[in-house]
Design a protein around this ligand. Structure first.
Ligand code: FPP
Length: 243
């Protein structure tokens, strides 16, 4: 019999994995289904991936669920996506909590509906003490917008005399991002064959390894996550230093 390869045989996983979940629309189109059907299956892939990441010992998993630019999609699709997010937050939080997962939402909450913000706050509070895995959902998230907000906050502190311009450094910018306190992503995966960063974790991903897979997001799961992590382990990370 073939020896079973268990996750115990793999080197330690990257601490922070971030994923640009792409290809829901194409998955649906290939089956003659409406785009919503792709997003719905995408939500199932989210469940599988969170579970696999936790079992593999990943400490932080960030999923790009809705970008600042996604607000420009047709109103019906935005409503459908918000509906799915609402459902996910309502139905999944107990399960996350049971599995020791902490939920944190990054992005611009001002543009989200009041009921979703409530759900987010409740879910974050409920799971705040969990330590097995931190799941960061990027909602209404844009890397540039996040850097603009950090710059505004620093400018206010300078204008009001709390800090001097010369004291501004990488740490003070980090502290004003919605990811404050979260280590930078080691690995960023994008599915569906597209090879772009699309405004995702622009500052934080400065030294992330990028893995692009052809799999459409609704088909993503444990095998794809393991394959990306194997790719990651094959890379020589130098952070700008000499070999
Ligand atoms: C990209 O597919 C995916 C999105 C814009 C949203 C991701 C949303 C989900 C996976 C579902 C809900 C999420 C959670 C956390 C429950 P696309 O529509 O851009 O696909 P296409 O490029 O093939 O058109």
């Amino acid at each position: 019999m073939e020896p079973m390869l268990s996750t115990a045989d793999l080197p330690p996983p990257p601490v922070h994995v971030a994923i640009i979940m792409d290809g829901n629309g194409r998955w649906a189109k290939a089956r003659g289904l409406p785009r919503t059907a792709g997003h719905k299956r995408g939500a199932e892939a989210v469940r599988r991936t969170v579970e696999a990441a936790r079992e593999m010992g990943v400490s932080y998993l960030t999923l790009y669920a809705f970008s600042s630019e996604n607000w420009k999609r047709p109103a019906g699709e935005v409503t459908d996506l918000m509906g799915l997010l609402r459902l996910y937050l309502r139905n999944e939080v107990n399960n996350l909590h049971k599995n020791g997962i902490r939920l944190k939402v990054i992005g611009d909450r001002n543009r989200l509906g009041a009921d979703i913000v409530r759900l987010i706050e409740d879910s974050e509070a409920k799971t705040a003490g969990n330590t097995a895995l931190t799941l960061l959902l990027a909602l209404s998230y844009g890397g540039r917008q996040e850097i603009v907000e950090a710059a505004r906050s620093l400018a206010r502190d300078v204008a009001e005399g709390r800090i001097s311009p010369d004291s501004i450094d990488e740490e003070s910018i980090n502290a004003r991002l919605t990811t404050a306190g979260v280590p930078d992503p080691d690995l960023i995966i994008r599915t569906s064959g597209e090879q772009r960063i699309s405004n995702f974790l622009l500052w934080q991903g400065a030294y992330a390894e990028l893995v692009f897979q052809d799999t459409l997001w609704p088909d993503f799961g444990r095998n794809e996550l393991e394959a990306a992590i194997r790719d990651f382990h094959g890379r020589d990370r130098r952070f700008g230093t000499a070999r």
